[in-house]
Ligand binder design. Structure first.
Ligand code: UGA
Length: 432
């Protein structure tokens, strides 16, 4: 089957690489000439474990190619995935201009029956709107189907999530479209991955509801952790015991500095904005957004409690990306925390295994270091913000030696409080 992917961001590149790995013929399109040239040269613009190898392998085996020509992609493919960005507007709603532009172009070049698949997270109603845009921009009426097929890939484990998903959601209107999508995902379908077949609006809603629920779960445990600190409870035991109840489940109950990334913050705001438009108040999701903002600021309070007045003090930060295994710093708690520390007069030294280039663009006056040990030199405190594996086995005696004051603030509960205290650190985690 010939498939075209329009938009070579995270979702597009992962989808392209994985479908090529399933044995399909892929052409990945992007309007940015330079990006496509770099991709042709084997340069992958994002850090995603396993992606570079998978792309190179499938390009080498002739199943995957890159192009800037949308016409080439549309005319040569039966299935066209739209994976362009849907960035947030000021009011939290999504900017759909790229999706709409691509829909018009697809309509223009359509030369026979096509299935147009929306994989980017799109506001409810977009699939129907795309269908109408294509219909009204065709030069002659040609039969086509639109499918809403939201992605559930986490950055950092996107390939695994694509290859072994918990479910595949297909929002479609015809049997033909459903049959073709089953073909696209045949290795998963044969593997008994659950497929949820539904209409456009439901498929769109499933994606928002899933992300909003996961964001709620993280926020819930963060608030419980904050209370645990005040009452002498240990949030890890609380989360474990809660999670053993099958109705609750163990995942996404790890407390931290608040969720970040390109998805939860954007999708929760977009959901609230959509509800507002329909005069519905999503009180829970609204509260989650507010509590998450508070959580990030609360982390600065923790540093203040441990260090005292921050003016003129030096703080070392480990981890800048919003979570490990990605270079993505969008809405990263680390960035918010650093900017607030600086606002209160602190000097900041920082290190991240892959996200420093991205961070340099948005952070000013931060001393970027080459490893954790250089980072903590002469610092009044160390704050571990992102739980990269290489921060799980730090040489603690070296860290302590290099710090001016042995203050260790562990925002991901990587270390054991009793062990850290016995090593002579003034240590605090979250909710313990
Ligand atoms: C999220 C969803 O998990 C994916 O299923 C979805 O496809 C994706 O959004 C999307 O909409 O495209 P992602 O943003 O990559 O994926 O990251 P997550 O692993 O979900 O983490 C989100 C945030 O929650 C991170 O800041 C992470 O540190 C935080 N988190 C997560 C916690 O603080 N505690 C947890 O227990 C879990």
């Amino acid at each position: 089957m010939n498939i075209c992917i329009i938009g070579t961001g995270y979702v597009g590149l992962v989808t392209g690489a994985c479908l090529a790995e399933f044995g399909m013929n892929l052409v990945c399109i992007d309007s940015e000439k330079e990006k496509i040239e770099r991709l042709k040269g084997g340069h992958i613009p994002i850090f995603e474990p396993g992606l570079e190898d998978l792309l190179k392998k499938n390009v080498g085996q002739g199943r995957l190619r890159f192009s800037t020509e949308i016409k080439d992609g549309v005319t040569s493919s039966l299935v066209i995935f739209i994976t362009v960005g849907t960035p947030p507007n000021e009011d939290g709603s999504s900017d759909l201009r790229q999706v709409e532009r691509v829909a018009r172009e697809v309509a223009r070049y359509m030369n026979g029956y096509k299935v147009i698949v929306l994989k980017s997270t799109v506001p409810i109603g977009t699939s129907r709107r795309v269908k109408e845009i294509i219909r009204s921009h065709q030069s002659e009426p040609i039969h086509f189907d639109v499918v809403c097929n939201p992605e559930y890939q986490r950055e950092g484990s996107a390939i695994e999530d694509f290859m072994r998903p918990d479910r595949v959601t297909i929002g479609a209107e015809t049997e033909q479209a459903v049959a073709i999508m089953k073909d696209v995902y045949s290795p998963l379908y044969l593997n008994e991955t659950p497929f949820v077949m539904t209409n456009f609006e439901t498929a769109e809603m499933i994606k928002y509801a899933s992300n909003a629920f996961l964001a709620t779960k993280v926020t819930f445990i963060n608030e419980i952790a904050n209370l645990c600190e005040k009452v002498g409870a240990d949030v890890h035991h609380v989360a474990r015991a809660m999670g053993l109840d099958g109705r609750i489940g163990r995942k996404f109950l790890h407390p931290g500095p608040g969720f970040g990334g390109s998805c939860f913050p954007k999708d929760t705001r977009a959901l609230v904005a959509m509800a507002k438009e329909k005069r519905e108040h999503l009180g829970v999701v609204h509260a989650v957004i507010e509590a998450n903002d508070r959580q990030k600021m609360k982390m600065v309070g923790k540093v203040r409690e441990m260090v005292g007045d921050l003016n003129g003090r030096t703080v070392g930060i480990l981890g800048l990306s919003f979570k490990p295994n990605t270079d993505d710093i969008r809405e990263s708690p680390a960035i918010v925390i650093i900017q607030e520390l600086q606002r209160e007069g602190a000097k900041v030294r920082a290190y991240d295994p892959v996200a420093m280039d991205a961070a340099k663009v948005v952070l000013k006056k931060v001393k970027f270091c080459s490893d954790p040990y250089e980072t903590v030199l002469d610092c009044d405190a160390l704050v571990l913000v992102t739980e990269w594996n290489e921060f799980r086995h730090l040489e603690l005696s070296r860290i302590k030696q290099n710090l001016k004051e042995p203050v260790f603030i562990d925002l991901r509960n990587v270390y054991e409080p009793s062990q850290m205290k016995s090593l002579g650190f003034r240590y605090c985690g979250i909710g313990r």
